[in-house]
Ligand binder design. Structure first.
Ligand SMILES: Cc1ncc(COP(=O)(O)O)c(C=O)c1O
Length: 384
């Protein structure tokens, strides 16, 4: 067999998906992979069924079916306060996963450098490899994942072409404050850097924290590429629908990148989700409240265990400090926990650039009964 590519040979099997398999093997509650164990709203399912009887079964316009772009533009203007022209500012993609890849490939050349916070969502380092760019990291400092602005300035000054900002953050649950975003905006403008935002958890934010759209800050609309998704907002991770929102000139180039990568997302599902996006704004407030209830159930159990964790401000993840157990590393601990406790986590080290064996990540995008079942089992971790 001829040689395969060197750059993709470094990819390892995702530890997150491996933990899902380990969970299935041991009959454990799977809190590893971050997806809901409940269905989307009934109106969305009904719209998807109705779509099957229409004639939306061939390729949609490559950058997105018009009704979806119109609905997205209205929603974006409502939440960001920015003008959004569905003809100029949007690309509908196969999830935020594709949106991020389109963003990175649209603004970087092979050999460029790209900035990331560590810990980070694991896809970003794969995106960098696929695009042929080198990541440069700035560390978010535990316990509250604070930004070290001296280090961040060094990263921006090092000549990066773009910086990826995940807000609200997977895996830390951090919601960046307006003041933090303003400082990032200053750096972006001073060093002429694109900011690629991953805002898939924009509507899963816990009071009193508030999501601020970086693109809405002065001077940032022209250099922010907002990537987001319908996966989390409507509990449809399997539908593969996301989007890029940004300045017209960047979007014009990004649409071609997207066209050559995937042509487009599933046409009938694009039409179906336009219905979801026309739901009243209450839908989003209600979503945040539902996730607050899930978080509170889950944290109530964690509080009884006595291990340190960071209280999530947004998204649906908790990083739990497992250092008191004295395991050699988080991978060993995760396997032990899945088998002995019956709850599967993700070893936290997959999210860090630097060696960091102290954490496991648990997700609470689950039905209340799943959270209670997991919580009861987790009580076995209780410390003296
Ligand atoms: C931060 C972050 N970005 C992107 C994604 C993927 O989103 P999508 O399903 O829209 O591809 C996830 C999924 O877990 C995520 O946590």
């Amino acid at each position: 067999m001829p040689a395969t590519s060197r750059r993709t040979s470094v990819f390892t099997e995702s530890l997150i998906r491996e933990m899902s398999r380990v969970a299935a093997r041991h009959g454990a509650v799977n809190l590893a992979q971050g997806f809901p164990d409940f269905n989307p709203p009934a109106a969305i399912l009904a719209a998807a069924k109705a779509e099957m009887d229409t004639d939306h079964h061939q390729y949609a316009i490559t950058w997105g079916a018009a009704p979806l772009r119109e609905a997205l533009a209205a929603k974006l203007t409502h939440f960001t306060g920015q003008p959004c022209d569905p003809e100029k500012h949007l690309i509908v993609t196969c999830g935020a996963t594709e949106a991020m890849m389109v963003a990175v490939m649209t603004v970087t050349d092979v050999g460029d450098h790209i900035g990331l916070f560590s810990p980070f969502y694991e896809n970003y380092s794969a995106d960098a490899i696929l695009a042929g760019v080198t990541p440069v990291f700035a560390t978010l400092r535990a316990p509250d994942y604070a930004i070290d602005f001296v280090e961040l300035r060094r990263v921006f000054a090092s000549g990066i072409k773009a910086f990826i900002l995940c807000n609200p953050s997977n895996p830390t649950g951090k919601v960046f404050t307006r003041a933090e975003l303003e400082q990032i905006a200053v750096l972006a403008q001073e060093f002429d850097v694109w900011i690629i935002t991953d805002e898939v958890y924009e509507h899963i934010v816990f009071a009193p924290h508030q999501h601020v759209y970086l693109s809405s800050l002065p001077g940032m609309a022209e250099r922010t590429i907002m990537c987001s998704s319908l996966s989390k907002t409507f509990a449809i991770t399997g539908w593969r629908l996301g989007y890029v929102f940004g300045a017209a000139a960047m979007v014009a180039q990004g649409r071609k990148v997207h066209d050559f990568l995937t042509v487009g997302a599933a046409a009938p599902l694009q039409h179906a989700i336009a219905t979801g996006l026309r739901m009243p704004p209450d839908y989003y407030a209600e979503l945040a409240l539902e996730y607050t209830a899930r978080r509170d159930i889950f944290l109530h159990y964690l509080d009884q265990i006595g291990l340190t964790y960071t209280r999530p401000q947004g998204a649906y993840f908790v990083m739990l400090d497992i250092s008191p157990f004295g395991y050699a590393n988080d991978i060993e601990f995760s396997h032990w926990m899945t088998k002995a406790i019956g709850v599967a986590p993700v070893p936290g080290s997959v999210f860090f650039h630097e060696p960091e064996p102290r954490y496991v990540r648990l997700n609470f995008a689950k039905r209340h009964e799943t959270l209670h079942a997991a919580g009861e089992r987790l009580l076995q971790l209780r410390r003296g």
